[in-house]
Design a protein around this ligand. Structure first.
Ligand SMILES: Cc1cc2nc3c(=O)[nH]c(=O)nc-3n(C[C@H](O)[C@H](O)[C@H](O)COP(=O)(O)O)c2cc1C
Length: 309
């Protein structure tokens, strides 16, 4: 007898973690989660990655910070954030009311700054994992500098790993020649999960004013325009390492989610889609369940790494 799916089990394992579904809000596009709580049922999401946290508050880059492009957008926010101590004191206690995985995205200008942010977070309850941003293209120091060199990437990950009791996700930069080499270096240094990927460095100029459309001159490209390039990177990283990979870049539909799972991702994150439709993350959870029923898929393991030759 042929079984027909009437519902699908969307739960996934990401390393040691079990998430109720593979849809996670991406860092920098969902505030600290609370800003979306009147629009999105946060309990329905697989997880939330909060805006990048630094040891001291950061003002970020000069305006304009966003500019729409064909099939996507450029941003240069420059990691504006309240600082890790204010996050722990004022925001995290409110996030604890929700039953979703909360992941702290962490940024430092030096290895020591990454360690100091983690040390503050280690003293707090209510976090599921850390995501190290070694790939921000919009800051002068740190960020992509660490993510572009296998040795530096391994140094920051190895040092942070020694002071962290929570799973360590590491967010890679797509602005590299050999992402497999960086992925292997970071895996060797103790990363538990890889997030692939951050934005692509880009630039847009108004030829009439002769000025950049961004206050920071250059920015990071995100949205559907980057999806095929990032799907390929996720595929490549999944081939290069044994640890789980979370895929993100341009996801707008349930089918896009499935595409990332098929090339090997354990879960996905959703970023720019929340700018187009603030309810995109929750909509994708429902959409994925429906898509699975329509395709007669019972569980996410049927999709993960199922790429045909
Ligand atoms: C406005 C904006 C702010 C972002 N801020 C961060 C950040 O603080 N930390 C980080 O790791 N990634 C940040 N990102 C990158 C996203 O999390 C994501 O990797 C990227 O946008 C690709 O996914 P998407 O095409 O679904 O947006 C930001 C992206 C955007 C558009």
């Amino acid at each position: 007898m042929v079984s027909v799916a009437t519902s699908a089990d969307l739960s996934v394992n990401v390393g040691a973690l079990r998430l109720t579904n593979p849809i996670i809000a991406a860092s920098g596009t969902f505030g600290y989660g609370l800003e979306f709580s009147h629009l999105v049922d946060l309990n329905r999401l697989g997880g939330i990655v909060v805006k990048g946290l630094s040891i001291e508050p950061m003002e970020g880059a000069p305006a304009p910070r966003l500019c729409e492009t064909a099939g996507g957008m450029l941003n240069a926010v420059g990691l504006q954030n309240v600082g890790v101590r204010a996050f722990v004191a004022e925001i995290l206690p409110k996030l604890r009311a929700y039953h979703t995985a909360v992941v702290a995205n962490v940024f430092g200008k030096t290895v020591q700054e990454y360690v100091r942010v983690i040390e503050v977070l280690e003293g707090a309850d209510g976090l599921t994992a850390y995501e190290l941003n070694i790939s921000c293209p919009n800051v002068g120091k740190g960020g992509v500098q660490f993510g572009s060199d296998p040795g530096l990437a391994a140094e920051v990950v190895g040092t942070v790993k020694r002071v962290s009791r929570r799973p360590l996700w590491v967010k890679l930069s797509p602005n590299v020649t050999d992402i497999g080499a960086i992925a292997r270096a970071v895996e060797g240094a103790g990363a538990d999960v890889l997030t692939v990927a951050n934005t692509y460095m880009g630039m847009s100029v108004d030829p009439q004013t002769r000025k950049s459309r961004l206050g920071n001159l250059t920015g990071g490209l995100s949205g559907p325009a980057i999806r095929p390039i990032t799907v390929r990177l996720v595929y490549e990283v999944c081939q290069a390492v044994k640890i789980p990979v979370i895929g993100l870049g341009g996801i707008e539909t349930a089918e896009n989610v499935a595409e990332y799972l098929v090339v090997g991702a354990a879960a996905v994150q959703v970023g720019t889609a929340s700018f187009v439709d603030p309810r995109a993350t929750e909509r994708l959870v429902g959409g994925l369940e429906k898509w699975c029923v329509d395709e007669n898929i019972f569980s996410m393991s049927e999709l993960r790494g199922s790429l045909g030759k």
